[in-house]
Structures are given as C-alpha cells and as structure tokens.
Design a protein around this ligand. Sequence first.
Ligand code: AMP
Ligand code: MG
Length: 486
Amino acid sequence: MAFSIIGDDTCQFIAPTPLPDPYWIAVSPQAAALLGIPLGPKQLPLDPAWLAVLAGNALEAGGHQFLKPMATAYSGHQFGHWAGQLGDGRAFLLGELNHQELQLKGAGMTRYSRMGDGRAVLRSSVREFLCSEAMHALGIPTTRALSLVGSKQPVRRETVETAAVCSRLAPSFIRIGHFEHYAANGLHARLQELAAYLIEAHYPECQSSSTPYLALFKAISTRNAERVAQWQAVGFCHGVLNSDNISALGLTMDYGPFGFLDHTALDHICNHTDSGGRYAYHRQPKIMHWNMACLANAMVPLIEIESPGEDAADILRAALGTFPPEYEARWLALFRGKLGLQTNVPEDIDLIEALLQLMHANRADFTTVFRSLSTVQKKEFNLNWRDQFLDRAAADSWLMQYRERLALESNSDAERALQMNSVNPKFILRNHLAQHAIEMAQEDDFTEVNRLHLILSRPFDEQPEFEQYALAPLPDQVVTDLSCSS
Ligand code: AMP
Ligand code: MG
C-alpha cells in the first residue's frame, strides 16, 4: 500500500469515528467488482458487515481486516496562494483490496481536520458518488466510488444537514500536495521515498530512464495534460483545481462544486466561491499547467540529487514547457473525434474553435450540440441541428463549412455517426439532475440517486426511456449557487 512508505511524521494512524445508525443509500456494482466484493440479490454486499465498515463503524468485513487506518498530511496552493498544511481532514485510508486503496470520506476528525468537523453532508456525498462513477463511465480516469452510506446525524453547514460517508477507491490517493508538503518541510528523504514508490508502483516506465525523477515529473504532467483535455471535451468544470486536489496519478479527484456545461459559456464558473473565475472552464488547462509548476517546484530537491552540478530549476522549467503542446495535441485529437473527423486537416482547429464560439454566443447546450452533430449528413442539409442556435444564419454558415470538411472523409454518414456517438455522450451528470436526486435523498428516497447512477453508467447509449435525463435544464432548473461547502 502507498502509505506503507509514509512515516509517523506525515500521517496519523487513526480509526474512523462511528457513524450513528448507518444505512445504505447506494452501492456501485462495478466498483464492488473491481474490489472483488460479492453482491447479493439487492446489489448490496453479501456480507452485511460491509455496512459497518463503510460507515466507519468496524474494521472487518468479507474476510478482510483493515488494521491500520490512516490519514495523511499534505499541503497545497489554494486559489493561487500557499495554504500550508492541509491533509486528510475527514478521509481515512482503510487499506488495499485488489490493488485499489479504499478510503472513507466524511468518517470523522483527524489531526488534519483544522477547523472542520470531519464529516461530509449527504448533498456533497451524493454528488461525489454519482460523479465519480459517471466520469469513469465516460472513459475519464478518476477516483471511483464504492458506496454511499447515510445517517441521521446532524451536520452544521449554512443550515443543519445530515451526514453521509462516501467510500472511494484509487490505485493511489497521492496528490501534488503530498510532494509540496514534504518539500516545504524539508523532508527530502520522504520526497525520495514518495517518488520511488510512485515509480515502482505506478510509473514503471520511468525506471529505465537515466533520470527517473525527471521522467516521473514528465509522466505526471503528461497524464494531467491528458486529463484536462478530456474534461474540456465533455464540458466538465472541476471547480476547485487547487494543487491539493490534483492527483499524482492523473485521476480526476475531490469532487466538490463541479459542473458540466449546459448552456455553453466558455468562461463558465461553476463554484460561486470562485468570484474571480480562476477555475472557469476556459482557464482549466492553464491552471493545470500552473499546478504542474507547483509540482516542479516541489521536485527541485529530487532533481538536484539526480543531476548534481546542473541547474535543477532550468531542467524542470524545460520539462514544464512540454505541457501546453501535449495538452493541445490531445485536445485537438479529442475534438476531431467529437466532430467525426478521422483525417487531419490543419484548418480543423479553426472549425472546432468556430463551433465553440457559436455555441458560446448562442448559449447552446454543450452535450446535445455535439451529440446531435452525428445526425448531420454529407449530402442532405439538416434543418434540426441549427434549431439549437438562436442565430440560425451563423449556424447554417458553420454547418456548410463542416459539410464541406466532411466531404474529405471517406467513411459513410452511418459509420461516422456510430463513431461520434461513442465519444459524444448523451447523458452527463447535469447539476439539476444531481440536485433533484439530492432533494429526494434528503427525504429518504434514494431511488433517484440509484436511477441516475444506472443511467450515467451507460452515457453513450440512447436509453430512449430516459430521454428527459438528456435534456438541458429549463431556466428555473438551473443550479446557480454551488459553493465549496460540503
Ligand atoms: P477541499 O476543499 O474539500 O479539497 O478541502 C480542503 C481541505 O479541508 C482538505 O484537507 C480537507 O480534508 C479539509 N476539509 C474539508 N472539509 C472538512 C471537514 N468538514 N472536516 C475536516 N476537514 C475538512
Ligand atoms: Mg480536497
């Protein structure tokens, strides 16, 4: 397990605080299968002892013992400023199953709780559970969610809500913030152990490099460049891209006030605490690059050890320079796929940008515009597609260029539609859908949480019986006030 390498000075061995009278809200069968946890007929773990374990009330189920739960220390930059020590203020790493670490979020206080109460409210836990599994189904690497357990325990936020515990899985929960913590505290031996662990367990390709630490930096940067390109391609806004929320494995993690673009605004800010728009949709790539600069900074001592006599900062600066072209190449490949373009024409980037600008100007729905693009044909003019834009003339003009471009593709309309529908989702976790599921869950009705989980596990399938879940929110359904409060 990752943290077998972490010593007492950077973690706390501590058991979760029991959650009063816990009950099941949801379980992800796919995540359970990943861990090898057998489910019974009701899609709940066969061994009922799992409920107690996943609530933080016991440390043994299904023949597994979790003897040394722990919370780890990390630091980080929040909204562009050094925030010093943070850490798992409410997350407990229970242990490892099938190469996945199992973590409980919201399971009580730790040494790193600072002013927090160690709990997570039902509202934010439903969002984390649903979005983790929805992102996975979209093919975007992410921490996963195994379960959502509720309780009537009151938790005070802006109002009094109730507690929930979401269990998460990942091959490792190490963040950029762990590197920053060790670097800021002069813990260079720990920094070396951390890098060695990551290379051995998660980036074995770096082993053969003559400069493995530098190779590790580049590999982490590449993965995160790919990740943010994937987010842009589905209109996902993370909301809090602080360096402590960035995974060293390039996983999407720490779901808070995230949002998917509905009525496209390229400068959309999903977190209303982010008044300056630092984490707006169109800024995410630059911010991820900035976070990689935080990682580079923290890795200076490692590069000094690895390349003595050379300027470590220069080496890392050069490595950091590969992020923008890597991101752009991945972005272009993904958007070409979204437009069904298999050949490469230099002007494609202009065509894609023009579409995004058209969507922005018309506040057209990000997901349905791309999904319905597969109905456009080379020879027939499609009158329906343009109806998504108030400015029909502008839409027609773009469509004409697009159809001219399609003429250069050799595949048929039907083949192209099939390919496009496998990358342009029909169903995403729209905030108003999550909100509806939360409101029902707050009334002890978990059917909508489970229905959404099911629909979003097949985001590229038509699922005609759930047509209304594919629709953009009506004006009165738009959720506008998502904050960091969780
Ligand atoms: P976040 O904004 O959720 O990434 O959280 C930032 C830091 O605050 C992390 O170190 C969390 O563990 C911690 N934190 C957030 N909420 C709580 C809470 N209710 N109790 C304890 N720690 C918390
Ligand atoms: Mg966090």
